[in-house]
Design a protein around this ligand. Sequence first.
Ligand code: AOF
Ligand code: ZN
Length: 363
Amino acid sequence: MSYSTIDHLMMARALRLAQRAAFTTRPNPMVGCVIVQGEDLVGEGWHQKKGGPHAEVFALQAAGDRAKGATAYVTLEPCAHTGSTGPCADALIAAGVSRVVAAMRDPFPQVDGAGFDKLRAAGIAVESGLMEAQARELNRGFLSRIERGRPWLRVKLASSLDGRSAMASGDSKWISGEASRRDVQQWRARSGALLTGAGTVLADDPQLTVRLGDDSAFLPPLRVVLDPGLATVARGRVREGDAPTLYLHAPEAKPPRGLQADHVAVPVNKGRFDLDAVLRLLATRGINEVQVEAGATLAGAFLAAGLVDELLLYIAPVLLGERARPLFDGLHIDAMTERLRLRTVDSRSIGGDMRLLLRPEGT
Ligand code: AOF
Ligand code: ZN
């Protein structure tokens, strides 16, 4: 399939529109739509929140009569199902659009090609795959949940230049600078869940809420605490603030009488949480992206289990010395041939720190 410059420009615009809802669409995907008549942009829109109109509906509304004979660019296959709104495929047909260009097929079981089929059956020219890599990147959380049955997993870490994550005492306040800590808030806001361990609750007492520092709208992420014995349910700021909290515990743990907090038992193997089961459980709750903000034990366990999709690493220009804690516990690598390779997806400086976004090879 060959696409024109206009095609590329319009899809790029639709992708940017989609991204406006990064903090608000969950668990739905981010979707943008641009409608073009000849070379004129006649309507555009994006899906803002679950339960609200889809991107195509806003764009068609804006275009009105000018949608007749136009091309619609959509970052995801138009839906074929009646969910919170009527099928977008039907709306595009009714508006008289003559060509639909999608970035990718929607793997959501109720759509999954049925939207394209509807459009084609109505005589509309349908093309899919324009800027697909960018569209997949945008919705990597949603796609992970639908295609793999588990959320996209990001581990956020702050380290010293010598790769240390905390002092031997557990003290880690603060390794990264203020600008880095502000930057983390953006990543929290796009996450469906922020996951930590009981050890971190006791050592750092994080609140795990989103503080963007402006009035941007966001959905508060679910705070998830892995606490085998439910030892922290009565303490910790993770219970405070305007966000839900979920405790995951070992099956044998006895919830204290009158425990109000949401809690679910998860299989534990040899004293360790079945992390795959943890992620599957979160997927059933509509979580697209999980951000782990914990210590070396949990970060190492997720990495050793092969469940990490990306590392968000802030490296501060400080040295903590050899008695400080490593970034990952439990990674036993003896030979160069066993080394865990990562690919640098993005690197930039934030304040005086370096920020790296890394993905294991093959992700
Ligand atoms: C589209 N355009 O803008 C979006 C689509 O909860 P509902 O009823 O809104 O349906 C959500 C599903 O619809 C979602 O899982 C995804 O498959 C699709 N999202 N489709 O045509 C849009 N947001
Ligand atoms: Zn739709």
